[in-house]
Design a protein around this ligand. Structure first.
Ligand SMILES: Nc1nc2c(ncn2[C@@H]2O[C@H](COP(=O)(O)OP(=O)(O)OP(=O)(O)O)[C@@H](O)[C@H]2O)c(=O)[nH]1
Ligand SMILES: *[C@@H]1O[C@H](CO)[C@@H](O)[C@H](O)[C@H]1NC(C)=O
Ligand SMILES: *[C@@H]1O[C@H](CO)[C@@H](O)[C@H](O)[C@H]1NC(C)=O
Ligand SMILES: [Mg+2]
Length: 362
């Protein structure tokens, strides 16, 4: 004590006082070494069972740094949630070093097993190749890419089976080069848990028809054989305008997701994914994880278990969501223009979501 300067002593007294008042679980050692963030002492620090998940390549280093930096600045420096980064190739030492330096909380780097990231043997490669060629000829984005298809299949049916994710229930999916425009002061994970939510989104759009021609027939097939999985009060009315006869192609844009992995791990989704996978549409067409997640959540959940995060200002590529209510925009100190928000763009499904849920501008 004698060697403490005045300011350090004051800080020490303040910390001890904070601990007494807040009954935090910071250990003596952490207290003495200061190896924690003061903000974590706040009430908001009671973390739920959750992690960020990023699927990235070594070549995505700069974009990954951009996303993490934004997320830490706007949210996670106050909360300290861990990160899991996954890759189908081993991460380089340089990649791990450059990422770890940004993150005071835990970060783990995982390798994806080839059986979770490859075209299955039973896929007829001749048929798949023909379809890829056809999609290239008609300028379908990523139409010629097998890697993209592996990615979509991994995000649909395998990421939540990765060993590093087993100990978590909730995840927040983050891609390279996304932006977070507003301070996030309330913990979205905690919101999900306390309000019985399962799936959260910020942007909803129409899928490209050419990539999913046979998806809805495969879904219909499943629904007919498994009426037991269809929830009462589900969100079919959001994704179909004719009570399930056809799919209106609306889906939650899955580059952002805050959701419960136990839903994907559960009986209904497991059966659903296996059924879809057996049709080969990930390779014979180019089924995306976004329509698959969206259809599953819309059918197997109650509609009020799906949540729109108005307060999370978010940008992926050309499209972004900016909070429209002024009070939310101001409270979040948002750096986005409300006029530029994608919500009521002609390509957005948000007006349908509003009408379906009697919310927003509906
Ligand atoms: N490790 C790894 N990650 C990949 C690969 N392809 C895509 N990803 C990741 O998968 C996610 C989706 O891929 P994107 O290329 O962003 O695809 P997208 O979002 O549909 O399309 P964009 O509009 O181009 O962003 C991102 O997190 C990528 O980093 C791959 O071959 N290996
Ligand atoms: C802290 O959390 C407890 C338990 O959830 C709650 O009752 C209390 O009101 C919170 N206090 C503040 C200052 O938010
Ligand atoms: C977190 O969630 C996972 C998946 O539900 C579960 O297996 C694990 O036991 C949970 N951990 C804690 C600490 O509750
Ligand atoms: Mg992307």
């Amino acid at each position: 004590m004698a060697i403490m300067t005045g300011t350090r002593l004051l800080r020490y007294v303040f910390m001890v006082f904070s601990l007494m008042v807040r009954k935090s679980s910071i250990s003596c050692e952490e207290l003495l070494t200061g190896s924690y963030h003061l903000e974590y002492l706040d009430n908001t620090s009671r973390r739920v069972n959750a992690t960020f998940v990023m699927l990235v390549r070594n070549s995505d280093l700069d974009g990954t740094i951009n996303s993490i930096r934004a997320l830490e600045d706007r949210f996670n420096s106050k909360f300290g949630y861990p990160y899991v980064l996954l890759n189908n190739e081993p991460f380089t030492e340089e990649f791990k070093r450059r990422i770890s330096v940004l993150i005071p909380s835990e970060v783990q780097f995982g390798f994806i097993l080839p059986e979770h990231w490859s075209q299955p043997d039973w896929i007829d490669e001749e048929k798949a190749a023909k379809s890829r060629k056809q999609m290239v000829a008609t300028n379908v984005k990523y139409g010629g890419s097998v890697a993209y298809r592996n990615m979509c299949r991994f995000n649909s049916g395998f990421f939540y089976k990765h060993e590093l994710l087993q100990k978590y229930k909730w995840y927040w999916r983050v891609e390279p080069n996304v932006k977070f425009y507003c301070d996030i002061n309330q913990d979205p994970f905690r919101y999900m848990e306390e309000n019985n939510k399962v799936y959260g989104f910020t942007i909803t759009v129409y899928e490209i028809s050419a990539t999913i021609r046979s998806l809805w027939p495969a879904v219909t097939d499943f629904v007919e054989n498994h009426p037991e999985y269809i929830a009462d009060d589900n969100a079919m009315g959001f994704i179909s305008d004719d009570s399930g006869k056809t799919y209106n192609r609306c889906h939650f844009w899955s580059n952002f997701e805050i959701a419960d992995m136990d839903f994907w791990r559960g009986e209904a989704y497991t059966a659903f994914f296996e059924h879809l996978d057996s049709k080969g549409g990930f390779y014979y067409e180019r089924w995306g994880d976004a329509p698959i997640h969206s259809i599953a959540t819309s059918l197997f959940l109650k509609r009020d278990q799906i949540h729109f995060f108005e307060e999370i200002g978010y940008q992926h590529d050309d499209w972004g969501h900016c909070p429209l209510p002024d009070d939310i925009w101001e409270k979040g100190r948002c750096s986005c223009s409300q006029k530029g928000s994608f919500d009521y763009d002609p390509s957005s499904c948000k007006p349908r979501w509003d009408r379906f849920t009697n919310s927003g501008r509906a």
